[in-house]
Design a protein around this ligand. Structure first.
Ligand code: EPZ
Length: 419
């Protein structure tokens, strides 16, 4: 991990070159948790070298799991895994720590785990997770920041999620595969991360039907067998660079994209902005004149446009040939970027969950501060669209999810460096 504290980025007139897209953060984290459901060695390839993965490794190590890393490959040995409480000092560092709850209940029928952290984009409650576990015969007690759960046996149940929470769906699946009887999850999330997790669990011996739909039927089985996994590319990182391309004349190749199925929604929005794309043999070829079409956009649950790319789209629309709107429907407080973009001379008004974005912006470089992962990435892109030099601070947020934005953007001709 780079120990720099800030990124300095200059206006970029043209993009040309190649970016290798890293493995998916939001995909690999639940799969790392799933390895606890078996006793043996699992090999996970194409794992991104990011802070969230390193913290997840530390949490698994607290449970006496042995982990070796060879480049982008994790070798996870759960043979000697043993119960321990998980400290809030680590669990608060990422949202995905909560995904250890399901596997711990399956393996040890109990869990004492600090509350999760995650980007400050809303209150981020876990009520849907806990309500589901209580339906599975789990006693739940929350005392300040420590969650204590106990269940002599996990009972399969029928549970209708009040909102298709990605994390709650993943947690319930991770518990249901080890519960007695059948679990039916209605109103389940359908994100690609759910599909990949279900397919991985099936490779370990789990019995799951309805994959890709919002009704999942999971039949509890005995202990699963360890399985290897080839992590998919990160659709949000690929989408970050694809949307960036709309605002700068470019001819770039995004490689490591073995299938565009998971990012059709993102490619469609990039097309409406004015980006031409063609996919062939693992590479997405991206061309753009840098002229951004204005429009009215909204985030939503998969397969709608993902909330994680909302700050990046908002930034790109500053350069549109007219005014645009962008409505956030997933998180209640995800417009932090507006205050920082105003430092760059942007003109944006927010009313409830909609941002009104003035186009044709003449952005001027200025120091700006990251406050969360995707907002930080969007500020780097804003710097590429601003005259002069922009200093983006608190880049630890960015490094939670992007392996090396400076390396990636230098690869397509941006004048950018760590300081
Ligand atoms: C996952 O977070 C992702 N994180 C997020 O990506 C992503 O933005 C989000 O899904 C939505 O796609 C990981 O996978 C590690 P949710 P998660 O539960 O599971 C509310 C990034 O940048 N909710 O689907 O926490 C919640 O407050 C991160 O990589 C409850 O009310 O998201 C939010 O408004 C940011 N109660 C909505 O549901 C609950 O128990 C969606 O949250 C759970 C969620």
């Amino acid at each position: 991990m780079n120990s720099a504290k800030a990124i300095c980025v200059k206006k970029t007139e043209r993009l040309q070159g190649r970016i290798e897209i890293q493995g998916s953060k939001n995909n690999v984290l639940p799969i790392m948790a799933a390895t606890l459901l078996s006793s043996g060695v699992s090999v996970i390839n194409n794992c991104p070298l990011i802070e969230d993965v390193f913290i997840m490794c530390r949490l698994l190590t607290c449970l006496h799991v042995k982990i070796d890393r060879f480049g982008h490959t994790l070798v996870i040995d759960t043979t000697e895994a043993a119960y321990e409480p998980l400290p809030y000092s680590l669990t608060c560092r990422l949202r995905a720590s909560i995904l250890l709850l399901g596997p711990m209940l399956v393996r040890w029928q109990k869990a004492e785990i600090g509350m999760p952290g995650g980007c400050a984009i809303g209150t981020r409650p876990i009520d849907i997770h806990l309500e589901g576990f209580m339906r599975m015969n789990v006693d739940v007690n929350l005392d300040e920041e420590i969650l204590t759960c106990q269940s002599y046996y996990l009972q399969g149940c029928e549970y209708h999620l009040r909102f298709p929470s990605v994390g709650a769906t993943e947690n319930m699946i991770l518990a249901a595969v080890g519960a007695k009887g059948r679990t039916i999850l209605r109103g389940a999330a359908r994100e690609p991360e759910i599909i990949e997790l279900c397919n991985y669990l099936i490779s370990m011996g789990a019995l799951i039907e309805g994959i890709g739909t919002d009704v999942l039927i999971i039949k509890g089985t005995g202990e699963l067998t360890s399985g290897d996994y080839e992590n998919v590319y990160d659709r949000i990182v690929a989408g970050t660079y694809l949307l960036m391309a709309a605002a700068i004349p470019c001819d770039i190749n995004l490689t490591g994209i073995d299938d565009t199925g998971y990012m059709k929604n993102i490619i469609q929005v990039a097309g409406t902005l004015g980006v031409q794309t063609e996919w062939s043999g693992g590479t997405l070829y991206v061309k753009s004149s840098g002229t951004v079409r204005a429009g009215n956009y909204k985030t939503g649950i998969y397969p709608a446009f993902p909330t994680d790319l909302q700050p990046i789209l908002l930034t790109v629309l500053l350069k549109a040939e007219g005014n645009s709107t962008l409505t956030e429907t997933i998180f209640e407080n995800r417009f932090h970027i507006v205050k920082e973009l105003e430092q760059l001379n942007a003109s944006i008004t927010v009313n409830k969950q909609t941002a009104y974005i003035r186009g044709h912006s003449r952005l001027e470089g200025h120091p700006v501060a990251s406050t969360d992962l995707r907002q930080g990435a969007a500020l780097v892109i804003a710097g590429m669209l601003s005259n002069g030099c922009t200093l983006v601070t608190n880049i630890g947020y960015i490094q939670r999810g992007y392996e090396d934005m400076v390396r990636d953007l230098q690869g397509v001709g941006t004048d950018i460096c760590y300081i």
